[in-house]
Design a protein around this ligand. Sequence first.
Ligand SMILES: Nc1ncnc2c1ncn2[C@@H]1O[C@H](COP(=O)(O)OP(=O)(O)O)[C@@H](O)[C@H]1O
Ligand SMILES: [Mg+2]
Length: 1036
Amino acid sequence: MMELKIQLVPTGEIILPPGKNGESYCHSCAKAVGSDWERAMMESALTARDRVGVQDFVLLENHTSEVAFIENLRKRFKENLIYTYIGSVLVSVNPYKDLEIYTKQHMERYRGVNFYEVSPHIYAVSDNAYRSMRSEKRDQCILISGESGAGKTEASKKVLQYYAVTCPASEHVQTVKDRLLQSNPVLEAFGNAKTLRNDNSSRFGKYMDVQFDFKGAPVGGHILNYLLEKSRVVHQSHGERNFHIFYQLIEGAEDELLRRLGLERMAQQYQYLVKGSCPKVSSINDRSDWKVVRKALSVIGFSDDEVEELLSIIASVLHLGNVQYSGEDSGSSYITTDTQIKYIARLLGVDFSVLKEALTHKKITAKGEELMSPLNQEQASSARDALSKAIYGRTFTWLVNKINTSLAFKDKFNSKNASVIGLLDIYGFEVFQNNSFEQFCINYCNEKLQQLFIELTLKSEQEEYEAEGITWEPVQYFNNKIICDLVEEKFKGIISILDEECLRPGDASDITFLVKLEDTVGGHAHFVTHKLADGKTRKVMGREEFRLLHYAGEVNYNVNGFLDKNNDLLFRNLKEVMCSSENRILTQCFSREELTDKKLPETTATQFKNSLAKLMEILMSKDPSYVRCIKPNDAKQAGRFEEVLVRHQVKYLGLMENLRVRRAGFAYRRRYEVFLQRYKSLCPDTWPSWDGRLVDGVSTLVKHLGYKPEEYKLGRTKIFIRFPKTLFATEEALEERKHSLATKLQASWKGYNQKTKYRKLRWVLGFMFRHHPRCPENEYFLDYVRYTFLMKLHRALPKTVLDKSWPTPPPALTEASELLRKLCMQNLVWKYCKTISPEWKHQLEQKVVASEVFKDKKDNYPQSVPKLFVGTRLDGDDINPKVLQALGTEKMKYAVPVTKYDRKGFKARARQLLLTASSAIIVEEAKLKQRIDYSALKGVSVSSLSDGLFVLHVTCEDNKQKGDAVLQSDHVIETLTKVAICADKINNININQSSIKFTLGQGKEGIIDFTSGSELLVAKAKNGHLSVTAPRLNSR
Ligand SMILES: Nc1ncnc2c1ncn2[C@@H]1O[C@H](COP(=O)(O)OP(=O)(O)O)[C@@H](O)[C@H]1O
Ligand SMILES: [Mg+2]
């Protein structure tokens, strides 16, 4: 054990906090949900059964006791409660039976709900990752680990199904969802097999990215595969099988297809299928699985031709396994039956004799010449097996690529905006009686994942404490970096030493590799061999073994086969044959460049190391969630919980350490608003609401609850609670409080109910008596009607003087409404008047006069309304200076050009009409032709038509000389308004219908007749009258 000078608790949030920030989100709207009511519903869903043992190990009374830990697992397992948390890490125990906990209803229950509010579940982890991705725009990954058969693959399928069902979808998205789901049966058929531990064991590692668009809909995916266990193609241990696809093909394919592939419906016929002596397994139905796989291939987008070519390869591998050799005395070998070779040649589209030769010879180059050197029987068999493994392995990689093409997010433009949830389902730590190269790689992979777990955990915890300004104490923790280095370090690590032995000239063997290991890493604290071990250890180690002290336990590896497996050699001439194949899948798997490439191919271990390094990079860039799978027994039996086996897994999954570290820090953290919202009812100062700062609210609340200073810390946005029991007590208090609140609620609900009934009755009565005078029966109703009218009026009052709208009042309010309306208008007018300028006021005053005189009386009045009256139509420049001189100090108020009609012949003459303070003056150029004092102005006559003629009537004395003036103005309304105002003759403007009489002087009279016509005409008529025809502008 080493002490890390870092402060940690494993991984992010725990039961209480939902996302990182505590709000709960609904998938489709990504908005906060979770009213008190909903929360109450959720919690009531937690039945007593769900509460068996503790749902979170953090709450375990005796948290350092492994016995108590396992007892809690067992208790829950017996109740079919297979999920338990350690903080936010989900521990899952394989039930080996179908539980009714994966229905659509279950999915709905977990959707957008806080961790704490529902019982632990893989859906809660899935949902939490999804919500974090949506709300924090951070890529997520779910890391599923555990030993073979513990339920990793099932868990990853559940996660995928959860997203397929609960995430928003459209037509295109549906296709992607189908393809994502259907990739599983295909990959499992080709990459899974029955082993002693698991009838459906994944023999490859898998990392799958699910991409989501900005709406949260799954829109694409990508799979990375790791180290397929190819050796299984040619050999299986007792009780195990080859990859499922072989059996599915033989059991499920139609007769016609089998005939084309040259296969018989009998697995026992094929050498590659009988090594483990169990071609049939009761738990597996190869025939129905075949149908599923065949359909899945179509959904993913395989054409019939592609499927046929893929199956031809699978069939060829089976035929290869049946190729038999016999040896000759000379040491060379020959093939005893040609039938298989014929099939293979036909199925793969290669030359029969070239294939046959390549299976018994190897090509060597001696002194620049290529020679075919015969292989002995053993060499030939292993060359054949190497070919089978190579064909199968590469086809598997091709298959993954093909699936990736089908899952690719098509929208290049938006692909950058896609968020990702990665799912890692990779082989767990494996310890067998005999451990080989594969276990070495698998366990190395688990060391790397443990390293990642430490790093990500530390990082996020530290960041959080720092961000919140919380101090914390260092925690003892085993850092397995030392073991990772032992395996992978450049030049000095086990993989480097293995590569060196593989590549060096001379007689390298598995044993020389072991010796080299002893020489190089012999002194390492985590490495032992038989030779280096003490007496006790020696007893349990073979001479050909080395032992690694993994973080999860000790494992002895037998070096036999390490060099071959690492080299993964395929003779050049076999590669050449494959390159010549007419099978289009194979031509993609074997490229000609490979033949000419002089560079040595990377060894298997180095390839694996590099791909793991890339995987770590991918995972490091994401926020992790952990699922730790445990299997309760080796017999795949439901209901059986073997303590020894479980204890072992608890140990090497590091669960106790996980828990210890979790407890050493702060067990709970919650954002202030979430904490306050949940527990505010427990303190009179915070109930029913707290108006001050959140942190003060929380502080008041926890002080009231009696939290001791060492029990909690207040950060910047969150409260950190050190011990689970503190929170536990608060939760209990809340439970009790809820009961009393419920009683109160009940009481007020009853009251409310009664009141509602009474109100309804009163309403009906009021309606019936609504036309009666006010009385107790209709009082309420009438008041209500008034109130509603007034409220409506309040919202709909006119905003401007011109707005004449007004809501219709109820009969009882007609009078009041009218008064209000007047008041309102007065108010609006008053407001309006306050805002107008003196010029505008003057203008309006004149307009008012014009309106009083002419409105509805003269035809061209409406046309004048929108035109502003001007101060004067003629200014100083337009009037002769002599006239101005003659006026002297008399101020001119208005001047306008007019036409004057002679008294005798009614000849039209251009004149100017000037208005001063005391008289109207008719001017002809420089002469003042007629001055009419306002005192002598009897009145003004004008027609009701649209013409501009008017007569200024003067008194008799004045009349002696000139008589009345007959004038015409183009602005008759304006001109006469000015005259009326200047002369104060507003009431003396007469509007005549058909004719006007006027005096001609010397007592004579003239007459003007007005008629309507199409255009304006002014002329002397035969009867001696002045006849005016005016166009009709407005119909009155
Ligand atoms: N949640 C589960 N509910 C029911 N059965 C399960 C569950 N998880 C695993 N199993 C059973 O255990 C078997 C092995 O699980 P699997 O996920 O393939 O293990 P792993 O991938 O860890 O090797 C499955 O085939 C299934 O029968
Ligand atoms: Mg698996």
